[in-house]
Design a protein around this ligand. Sequence first.
Ligand SMILES: Cc1cc2nc3c(=O)[nH]c(=O)nc-3n(C[C@H](O)[C@H](O)[C@H](O)COP(=O)(O)OP(=O)(O)OC[C@H]3O[C@@H](n4cnc5c(N)ncnc54)[C@H](O)[C@@H]3O)c2cc1C
Length: 594
Amino acid sequence: MPAYKAPLREMRFLLEELLDVGQLSRLPGHEEATPDTIAAILAAGAELCERELAPLNRPGDEEGCHFENGVVRTPAGFAEAYRTFVAGGWTSLAADPAYGGQGLPKIVNFVIEEMISSANLSFGIYPGLSGGAYQALSLHGSDVLKARYLPRLADGSWSGTMCLTEPQCGTDLGLVRTRAVPGEDGSWKITGNKIFISAGEHDLTENIVHLVLARLPDAPSGTRGISLFVVPKFLPNADGTLGPRNGVGCSRLEHKMGIRAAATCAIDFDEAVGWLVGRPHKGMSAMFTMMNSARLGVGLQGLGIAEIAYQGAVAYARERLQGRSPSGAKAPDKLADPLIVHPDVRRMLLTMKAQIEASRALAYWIGLEIDLAGRHPDPARRQAADDLVALMPPIIKSGFTDLGFAAANLAVQVWGGHGYIRDNGMEQLVRDARICQLYEGANGIQALDLVGRKLGTGTGRLLRRFFHPVAAFIAEQQGDAAMAEFTLPLHKSLARLQQATAWVAETGLRRPEAAAAAASEYLELFGLVALAYMWARMAKLALGRQQGEDGAFYQAKLATARFFMAKLLPRHASLSTSLMAGAEPVMALPEAGF
Ligand SMILES: Cc1cc2nc3c(=O)[nH]c(=O)nc-3n(C[C@H](O)[C@H](O)[C@H](O)COP(=O)(O)OP(=O)(O)OC[C@H]3O[C@@H](n4cnc5c(N)ncnc54)[C@H](O)[C@@H]3O)c2cc1C
C-alpha cells in the first residue's frame, strides 16, 4: 500500500500564497482563523490521516463490513479510529458554535476532507454523511429539530445518512415510493425500502439519524411531491437520552467493487417515526440546497484518491529498475535505470501531477469563496461568491472524480503487473475511485445539470462569474512577456469555451437533444479551461520566486504548468469540435442497431 504523506507544502502554497487565506481572519466570526492557526490544524489533520486512518485502509478493504441479524460491524480498528477522530474534534470543525461546533471556515474542512479521502476513503464516508445530515437540518430543520440533532451530529456521537435511492428510483427521484402518513404529536410514520444507503447501519455511533425522502398521502406525482424527513434509529427522549428503537432496520449489506469498509445498506422503514424537515412537498428543493456542497465533497474524494495514487506511482517509479533511458544510462552503477527516467512513465506521472495540482487550486479557490459567500460584509461580494459556488459543483464533482479514476488507473500502469496484485494496494484505489463517478448524481447527470440549469441561470450570470476573472487575468498579463507561454494557450482555450457555450445555449433552445448529447464534452472542456486558469495563476506566482530559498518548488510548478499547457490543454480543440457535431452522430443509429 502506498504510504500517504499529506502534501502540506502544496496546501500552504495554495492557501497562503495563491488565495490569501489570511482574508478569512478579517471576516466577522473568523477572527481566529489566521493562516498560522489554519496551518497548525492542517498539520494535526495530516498526522491523524497518515498515522491512524491510512494504515487501516488496506486491512479494511480486505476484511470489509460484517452483517449478522440486522447488525453491521465495521472492520477491525475502525471503531477505535472513529473514537480518536471524535476525541480530536474532527467532526465539529465547521459546525456552528451554537450547537457545539468550532465554527472554523469551511475551507479548513475542505482540505481535511481531501486528506481523509487520500488516507482512507471508506472511513471518510461515515463522518462525510453526518456532515450532509447536519447541513440539511441546519438549513431546513425547525429550531426544535436543530436543538435535538445538531449537537449530537457535531460531537460525532450520532451519525447521519441520506436515504434517497430505492430499487426503482435512482437518478429519477420523482419515482420515490416511500410513504409518510401523519402520526402523533406532529410526527409522521414512514414506510418504504431504501437501497444503497451509505453508513445506513454500523457500530461507530450510538445513534444514526436518517434523512429520508418520502411522499405524503396527498402528494403530487413526480419530484414536486417529495418531502424530507428526519428518522432516527433510536427515538431521542426530551432530555436528549436515547429512547426506544424506531421502526428502522438494515435488511442487507451490499457486496461491492470498492469502498468495502464503508457499509452500504438496504434500509427498511416500517411505520418508523419521523419529523418533517422544511415544508411539505419541498423535499427536493431542500435536497438541492445541500447538493452543491455534497457534490463538492465527492469531488474532493476524487482528488484525494488521485493524490494517493500519484504518490504511490512516483515512489515506485523512483525505486523500480527497468531498462535504460533512451538518452543513455542515468544510473550506470546499477543494472538498470529507475522507471522515472522513461519518457512514457514521466508522461503518466505528469498527467496526474498537472491535473491534481490545478484541481486542488480550483477546489480551494471555490472553498474559500464559500466562506466569503457566507460572511463577507459587502453584499455584492457575497453574491459574486455565491454565484461562482453555485456554478462549479458539476465541474468539480465530475471532473475530479474522473481524474480520481484515471489517476488510479495510470498509477497501476506505472506499477506494471505489480499494480494488479492485491498485496501492493494499487488496485484497491481503482476499485475505490470508481464509486465517486456514480453516486451523488452520476457524472453524466452532472453534465446535464451544467448545461440544463447552470448555464441559463440569470441569463448567464453564473457563467460570467467565471469568464470575467479569467478574461481580466489574461488582460492584466498582456505586458508580461514571460507569462505569454501560459496566457496565450489559456486565451485560446477560453475563446473555444465561449464559442462552445454560445453553441450549447443556442442549440439547446432549438434542439434540447443536441445540447444533451454535447453535455459531457462541454463539461470536460469547461474543466480543462478552469485548470488552465489555475495553472496560469500559479505560474505567475512561481515566475517571481524561482531564485529564492525554495526555488526548486517554484521551478517544479513552472515545469508542470508548461506540461499542462503543451500536452493536456490542446484537447480543447478536439472537445469543442466533437461537442458541436450535434445530436445526429449519437441519435442516428436506430435502437435495433445496437
Ligand atoms: C456504494 C454506493 C453508495 C451509495 N450511497 C447512497 C446513499 O448514501 N444514499 C442514497 O440515497 N443513494 C446512494 N447511492 C445510490 C447512488 O446515488 C445511485 O446509484 C446513483 O444516483 C445512480 O442511480 P442508479 O444507480 O439507479 O442509476 P440510474 O439512475 O439507473 O442510471 C444509470 C445510468 O444512466 C444514466 N442516466 C439516468 N438517467 C439519465 C438521464 N435522464 N439522462 C442521461 N443519462 C441518464 C446515469 O447517468 C447512469 O450512468 C449509492 C450507490 C452506491 C453504489
